[in-house]
Design a protein around this ligand. Structure first.
Ligand code: NAP
Length: 292
């Protein structure tokens, strides 16, 4: 009996870090990838990726890495997507399907349009709503996407076959795949992910610059640790996200600033009712969150 072919014969992952590495691991565990080629800037991370069995081999030159790949996943920080695209596009197989995992989507679509001069049918923008504060291939694990959502933001130009394949790829990792418009994605993520990261970074930065910071951090308890865990995330990645989702993020910051100022006002005015009302509303909302 003929052996069943894997969904992807040759997968090229550009940026074999937490997300790219976890995707490769999950597809390998599912037995749905023939060969995985890695690509990155530095050899050390890629050598580790080979040693850990995440990829089969690697090229530092993206043009060589994508040769003959049927699926190319771009999993680098948002600011590196356009230069990566410029390098690989002339070397892609005619039938290759390209996707990305970037945390903002309008900027990626703009990058793609600039590089191709149009939106190509074989590019499927994507974003797995899963992650940790750790980076690099050593942080990657096969179950990262299980029971998580992956958002695809296909465009009018996106070919149905390309969309179906990327959808199937993510489903094989255990994720639920949903489609969303590009701008809606960026608005939702500005509120649920980008603003919280920004708040965590700012809080830690503010406290870390106080004269008695050593004393303050010595007494940091569970609440502080929970709230600020995400401030350990990669700064370059988050710089790029802020730049890429500028308008939506600025709107959320303005909204948050106004609410924080109102709370400060209530505290200044000794307005117990207003303070309590804010906390009660927040607790109700938090307790009713549909967090799986
Ligand atoms: P990561 O662990 O730091 O991995 C990124 C990889 O990209 C690294 O292995 C790095 O390897 C490579 N890289 C960085 N700059 C590059 C460049 N200019 N050219 C080629 N390779 C480059 O980061 P990650 O968490 O996987 O994030 C990757 C992407 O996923 C980002 O776009 C991020 O927005 C998105 N994302 C992240 C999360 C999360 O929670 N972490 C969740 C969803 C989506 P070298 O240093 O060896 O080049």
């Amino acid at each position: 009996m003929a052996e069943k072919l894997p969904l992807i014969q040759r997968l090229c992952i550009i940026g074999v870090g937490l997300i790219g590495g976890s995707l490769a691991r999950a597809l390998r565990e599912a037995g749905e990838v023939g060969e995985v080629i890695g690509c990155g800037r530095g050899e050390a991370n890629l050598q580790t990726a080979v040693r850990l069995g995440v990829i089969d081999r690697y090229h530092l030159d993206p043009a060589r890495a994508v040769a003959g790949a049927d699926v190319v996943v771009i999993a680098v920080p948002l600011g590196a997507i356009e230069p990566v695209l410029r390098t690989i596009v002339p070397h892609l197989a005619a039938t290759a399907i390209i996707t990305d995992v970037g945390s903002a989507k309008s900027s990626v679509v703009a990058d793609v349009a600039r590089v191709y001069g149009q939106i190509p049918p074989n590019f499927v923008p994507g974003h797995p709503i899963a992650g940790t504060e750790n980076s690099g291939v050593e942080a990657a694990f096969a179950t990262l996407f299980q029971r998580r959502r992956v958002i695809l933001t296909p465009l009018a130009e996106t070919a149905a076959a390309a969309h179906d394949l990327i959808k199937r790829m993510w489903e094989l990792t255990g994720a639920e795949v949903v489609d969303m418009g590009v701008h809606h994605h960026d608005a939702v993520l500005a509120a649920t992910s980008h603003l919280p990261h920004l708040l965590a970074y700012t809080l830690v930065d503010t406290l870390a610059r106080l004269d008695d910071r050593a004393e303050i951090f010595r007494y940091a308890a569970g609440g502080f640790r929970d709230f600020t865990r995400i401030a350990s995330s990669d700064p370059t990645m988050w710089r790029d996200i802020c730049v890429a989702n500028r308008e939506q993020l600025l709107e959320m910051i303005a909204l948050f600033n106004a609410d924080l100022a109102q709370l400060a006002e209530a505290i200044r005015d000794d307005d117990h009712a207003a303070i309590l009302a804010t906390f009660q509303r927040a607790k109700r909302a938090r307790d009713n969150l549909y967090l799986e």
